[in-house]
Ligand binder design. Structure first.
Ligand code: DI6
Ligand code: FE
Length: 397
């Protein structure tokens, strides 16, 4: 397939928009064969399968690199409680929060979990998402963690989207192990990680390093097990307080540290040295009415790549719009529209260890979005408007 008469935002290696006016993209099966100005198109890429796309914008397919999109039930009651003044941590300590979604997820049949997740996934697909990360972490027992990961894998067989899974057994201490976090890790979390890995269900390992979850020493044990299995690492770090997760993630060579509202300048330096991505989640910041923003200026100054994601989950971020996450990244965190677009393409792909996605260049995977906009900055600027014209996944419209 050959797409002509396009404005193309390639997201160049130097992290510019890499804009090409009157450009063309040649696809060869599931890969991009050539990108450049139409006038320079090599003869071998001319084909009958040519689509004039009428001056529309082409970007890479969007990447949502942090989601908890598989879960049972909802938490609208907690939303109301927070509006009456209860904090996220108070609700969690009173037995609500993550643990209440664990009960609903354990109770849900696998097909019902999948059906509910697909409704949310369809909203992401409609906005151009072609690569989606999905975490476990609402099972906290062997059976349900495996069930969640199977549902995550099934998403990729039911819809034209690539799914990368992250095992998040260290998300919360379940009620049957209250006050015994280390015993939970030894008896449930680590054996379940090994079992899920043996079944091919795990692409990366994540954790929640926080006062209401696990401390850095406990997460370090999860990371040690993950590294023995050869799995890449990610971490929920400094979301509600400064708990030392970022330094830990950097020291273990993690792909990313995520949330980061309470991260410091030293954390930014550590991420830069480790080459890790800072994944920012403005949906959670907004929903929890957080007032401390992540240190974007420090990330920028130290050259830390920033990604943006929905963090789609029933508690802190019931968000199924990556375009809105881009807008929030700009308005709430002062990212630039270019940083927002890099954040849902090249840098998000890097946070998943997926270098063949997120930039338009020869050899890259042929996942593309066609947009009814003049300039890529418009993608972050609009609120609640979806300008997607078409989506190409693995070379197929
Ligand atoms: N931080 C979050 O924002 C989500 N998980 C996490 O570790 C929230 C999960 C939830 O509240 O259900
Ligand atoms: Fe999260």
């Amino acid at each position: 397939m050959l797409l002509t008469n396009a404005t193309i935002a390639t997201l160049a290696r130097d992290d510019s928009f890499g804009l090409i006016e009157r450009g063309a993209v040649a696809l060869d099966g599931e890969r991009i064969a050539w990108v450049g100005p139409q006038a320079e198109l090599p003869e071998i890429y001319r084909t009958d399968e040519t689509q004039d796309i009428g001056g529309r914008l082409i970007t890479p397919g969007l990447v949502d690199c942090h989601s908890h999109i598989v879960f049972g039930g909802h938490r609208a009651r907690e939303f109301a409680l927070r509006l009456e003044g209860a904090s996220y941590e108070e609700i969690a300590r009173a037995g609500g929060g993550i643990v209440s979604t664990v009960a609903a997820t354990r109770a849900a049949p696998e097909d019902a979990l999948l059906a509910a997740a697909l409704r949310r996934v369809d909203a992401l697909i409609a906005e151009g998402v072609t690569l989606l990360e999905v975490k476990s972490g609402y099972g906290l027992d062997r059976e349900t963690e495996l069930k969640m990961l199977r549902v995550a894998r099934a998403i990729g067989t039911r819809r034209p989207i690539e799914v990368r899974t992250s095992f998040l057994g260290a998300h919360a201490v379940p009620p049957d192990h209250t006050g015994r976090a280390d015993a939970y890790l030894d008896e449930v979390c680590l054996p379940t990680l090994r079992a899920a890995h043996a079944e091919g269900l795990v692409d990366a390992v994540d954790g929640f390093c926080e006062g209401i979850a696990f401390d850095a020493a406990q997460i370090g044990r999860v990371f040690d097990t993950a590294r023995k299995l050869g799995l890449p690492l990610k971490l929920h770090a400094e979301q509600l307080s400064h708990s030392g997760g970022t330094a830990l993630a950097a020291a273990h060579g993690a792909l990313s540290a995520d949330h980061l509202e309470y991260a410091t300048e030293a954390d930014a330096r550590a991420l830069a040295e480790a080459g890790a991505v800072a994944v920012l989640l403005p949906g959670a910041f907004y929903t929890l009415r957080e007032t401390r923003a992540p240190p974007v200026a420090a990330f920028r100054a130290h050259g830390v790549p920033m990604a943006l994601a929905t963090d789609c989950n029933p508690g802190s971020s019931p968000l199924t719009s990556l375009l809105l996450a881009m807008n929030m990244g700009c308005t709430l965190f002062r990212m630039t529209p270019l940083e927002a677009l890099l954040g849902v393409t090249a840098h998000a792909a890097r946070a998943l260890g997926a270098p063949e996605s997120g930039r338009l260049r020869p050899g890259a995977i042929a996942d593309l979005c066609l947009w009814d906009v003049d300039h890529p900055a418009e993608l972050a600027y609009r609120i609640g408007f979806n300008p997607l014209h078409a989506r190409i996944f693995r070379g197929a419209l």
